[in-house]
Design a protein around this ligand. Structure first.
Ligand code: NDP
Length: 327
């Protein structure tokens, strides 16, 4: 069979993850990487994939079956998503949860008008976690759903710590509180506060002459980011930060507990332990690129989410093969 021709729009962590993921999927081929920066400075992982200016995309519509959008959710995708869905079948990982409905509408119209298929908000949260939340709720209507994140490196919280005066470098990990996870797993359906569910741990390199106690207090009292959590601050050397805290680990759990009768409780749990958040997210996007390619061939146009895609479409195997092997 013909390989699916995939291209990447935006070459950050996620874009590099997509390069790695396509290398694991022989039914796909990476045909190009597109960037807003000067293409000659970007090095593709395999050293041979052509890198082009983003502005070349309108001339390349015949070369690409699915374009994977790897721009940031805050500033890039709200503009790139609708624009590129008019030209290509797309997959993206738009993760500003509160804005997903308006983003869906903005992508849907141009995709539909141009007979393109645009899968938005894939990844793990939103994405695989969302699927597990709706399945849990549908199977156990009398129940409660809990999402825990971590252990994971939070980009936004790390940035917030780096902006504190006296901080030379920092990372922040979000960690689920074990007692809370255990209570949820016991099917007691606890009501949990923000503080009870997650704690935050920072690893901070101080600037020369900075006051550790002042920095500590500025972090733990920071509104929105830390004041509602129990936060630990560890001061470490620049060498330790560089050696031990570069991996973008993440993960978490979605747990649904419910009752099917007064006597019987049921618990469903889905968990992820990710060595690299962007590489895993990219793997999800690539599987959905396969589905998008098929859905477009089936005449299903417009914006979609992971809720609209049947699981069999993610697999390179045929429906008959899947029935024989996996049911
Ligand atoms: P990055 O900041 O690494 O990249 C975003 C964009 O910034 C790139 O597409 C690139 O565009 C540009 N860029 C990258 N590096 C540089 C640089 N050194 N200088 C200037 N510009 C640069 O973000 P990530 O790849 O880590 O994440 C992308 C998005 O993925 C996040 O915003 C998040 O919303 C989403 N995400 C979703 C998840 C989910 O589960 N749904 C999970 C994880 C992430 P260009 O090449 O055009 O310059």
């Amino acid at each position: 069979a013909e390989q699916i021709r995939v291209a990447i729009a935006g070459h950050g962590n996620l874009g590099r993850g997509v390069e790695a993921a396509i290398a694991k999927n022989p039914d796909m081929r990476l045909v190009g990487i597109y960037t807003r920066r000067s293409p000659e400075h970007l090095k593709p992982r395999d050293a041979v994939t052509p890198v082009h200016a983003m502005s070349a995309l309108p001339d390349h519509t015949d070369r690409i079956d699915v374009l994977i959008l790897c721009g940031g959710s805050k500033d890039d995708l709200p503009r790139q998503g609708p624009e590129l869905a008019a030209l290509f079948n797309t997959v993206d990982s738009f993760d500003t949860h509160a804005r997903i409905p308006e983003y869906f509408t903005a992508v849907d119209a141009p995709a539909r008008a141009n007979r393109r298929t645009a899968l938005i908000s894939a990844g793990w949260d939103p994405g695989m976690f969302s699927i597990n939340r709706i399945v849990g709720e549908a199977l156990l209507p009398d129940g409660a759903t809990y999402t825990f994140w971590g252990d994971g490196l939070s980009q936004g919280h790390s940035d917030a710590v780096r902006r504190v005066p006296g901080v030379a470098g920092a990372v922040q990990y979000t960690r689920p509180v074990k007692e809370a996870v255990d209570r949820v797993r016991s099917a007691s359906r606890p009501t949990l506060t923000t503080r009870e569910k997650h704690r935050r741990e920072c690893f901070v390199v101080l600037e020369e002459g900075a006051d550790a106690e002042q920095v500590h207090n500025a972090i733990v009292t920071m509104p929105h980011y830390f004041d509602e959590y129990d936060t630990t601050v560890n001061f470490i050397s620049a060498e330790d930060l560089a050696r031990d805290h570069q991996a973008m680990v993440h993960g978490g759990f979605v747990i649904r507990s419910g009752n099917t009768s007064k006597e019987n409780a049921q618990v469903i749990e889905y968990g992820l332990k990710l060595g690299s958040n962007p590489e895993f997210t990219a793997s999800v996007l690539v599987a959905y690129a396969r589905a998008v390619h098929r859905l477009n061939a089936m005449g299903q146009y417009g914006a979609m989410t992971v809720f609209d895609v049947a699981p069999g479409l993610l697999s390179p195997k045929s429906p008959a093969q899947l029935r024989a092997e996996q049911l």
